[in-house]
Ligand binder design. Structure first.
Ligand SMILES: Cc1cc2nc3c(=O)[nH]c(=O)nc-3n(C[C@H](O)[C@H](O)[C@H](O)COP(=O)(O)OP(=O)(O)OC[C@H]3O[C@@H](n4cnc5c(N)ncnc54)[C@H](O)[C@@H]3O)c2cc1C
Length: 405
């Protein structure tokens, strides 16, 4: 079966960026179709951090109270153990917003919520199990998406195509957009360890000479991310599960036997962390947002929130020209201009925090760094800096607000 559909905006990717943009455009009266390659949103160990800036967006949309009825845990601050002492590294208590905390919520709950709200608009359509595989191009202008579904090929013709298909975006590749890469990739090994009533309440970070461990309180379990240099995990894997357990125990504040809950490498999920961004986010008829435009490091857990902020800026700038059928290249350039600064500034900060150099310096980078990163030591010395860190993590460098349409 081959289907040919017409819409105003075709969005590839039903992640935070794509679904939020789909919702906002539909709310503004624009015809929109989101295609998502998976059949559901059930993916574990994704960006599960809903920051104060995203909660403020939900508040401005009048969705906050209902949203916060979904199961979540609140983190009013982030702490780390430095040389045996608990230090607040990011404090959200003074932010000028409604919610002064990070809400930890499974990403699938967040996405299901957005999809359900968007489906309330008759001009919104979400097609699941639909993978964008190519672009329609006419006279150098992108004019739609080619999508593969179990029922066959679908072509979607549109004024605008949005690549919101994540860090391995097929859309940006097909569009020939050029990527700049920064820093040296690291690896995060995600796993679950049970949480007992006597355990601390907060999100914690622990730094060791070769690795760091982040523990996120998810109610009855800790979501743990072991951060290691790229390539380390392959070595540890060769050493067997006990070698891995020992590596975790070197930095884990939990009783040593807890890590035995990770009984095999099937219980962990590996994320290769990289920082990159597009040199130019758009070409005529197409723009990329979220991870498709810029993959972030997990430092600060800002990926979801930057994706949401991109979607808000995109809807603010593009809804009217799309609705009125007069979308111009300048509009796409305006979205990139608005979001380029916060993206660059956040990535620069992440690179400084990692203390890493440009790609290609692997050998120099392999030299062991001892102790916690310098920025943690600064915050330990000057506790007021934890409020600045709270602001940069919680609100980012440029916070977007829902504009009346
Ligand atoms: C293991 C892991 C842990 C993370 N932890 C955090 C964290 O704690 N905090 C944080 O803020 N961020 C975290 N991130 C990053 C965060 O998930 C992303 O920054 C954020 O989800 C980006 O949103 P997005 O919508 O741009 O892209 P994505 O969330 O990647 O969504 C892209 C969507 O597009 C779909 N897709 C891909 N290709 C196609 C295609 N060809 N056609 C149709 N659909 C397609 C994908 O299935 C996906 O649903 C983590 C990422 C990973 C992988």
């Amino acid at each position: 079966m081959q289907e040919d559909i017409q819409t105003t905006c075709a969005i590839a990717g039903g992640g935070p960026a794509g679904l939020m943009l789909g919702y906002l455009l539909a709310r503004a009266g624009v015809d929109v179709i989101v295609v998502e390659k998976h059949g559901d949103f059930l993916r574990d160990f994704r960006g599960d951090t809903i920051h104060p800036s995203t909660l403020e967006v939900m508040h401005e949309l009048g969705l906050l109270d209902e949203f916060l009825t979904l199961p979540h845990t609140k983190a009013p601050k982030l702490t780390a153990e430095i040389y045996g002492k608990q230090v607040t590294i990011a404090d959200f208590s003074r932010l000028p917003v409604k919610c002064r905390f990070i809400a930890f919520m499974p990403q699938w709950d967040f996405l299901n919520f957005l999809a359900q709200k968007a489906r309330g608009y008759p001009n919104f359509r979400l097609i699941m199990d639909a993978e964008a595989s190519d672009l329609l191009v006419e006279h150098e202008r992108v004019s739609g998406l080619v999508v593969q579904t179990p029922q066959g090929r679908v072509t979607i013709r549109s004024q605008l195509v949005v690549g919101a298909d994540g860090r391995n975006s097929a859309v940006r590749e097909k569009a020939g957009l050029e990527i700049e890469r920064f820093g040296v990739p690291t690896e995060v090994v995600w796993m679950r360890l049970s949480r007992k009533p006597d355990d601390p309440m907060e999100v914690m970070g622990h730094a060791g000479p070769r690795q760091g461990l982040v523990l996120i309180n998810r109610g009855d379990y800790w979501q743990c991310g072991l951060v290691v240099r790229k390539g380390t995990f392959a070595d540890v894997r060769n050493g067997g599960i006990e070698a891995f357990q020992r590596l975790v125990n070197e930095v884990s504040p939990l009783p040593a036997d807890r890590v035995r809950e990770v009984g095999s490498f099937d219980d962990v999920s590996l994320l290769t962390v990289r920082i990159d961004r597009l040199k130019c986010w758009w070409r005529e008829g197409l723009i990329c947002i979220g991870d498709a435009a810029h993959a972030m490091s997990p430092i600060g857990g800002v990926g979801v929130n930057l994706a949401i902020q991109d979607a808000v800026a995109c809807a603010n700038i593009l809804a009217r020209p799309l609705r009125e059928g007069r979308l111009a290249q300048d509009d796409l350039a305006a979205v990139e201009k608005r979001r380029r600064f916060p993206t660059r500034a956040t990535q620069k900060l992440q690179l400084m925090m990692r203390g890493k150099r440009r790609a290609g310096r692997d050998d120099a980078d392999r030299q062991e760094r001892k102790g916690p990163p310098a920025f943690l030591l600064w915050i330990a010395r000057l506790p007021l800096l934890s409020h600045l860190a709270g602001r940069l993590i919680g609100l980012g460098f440029r916070m977007e607000h829902i504009r009346p349409q």
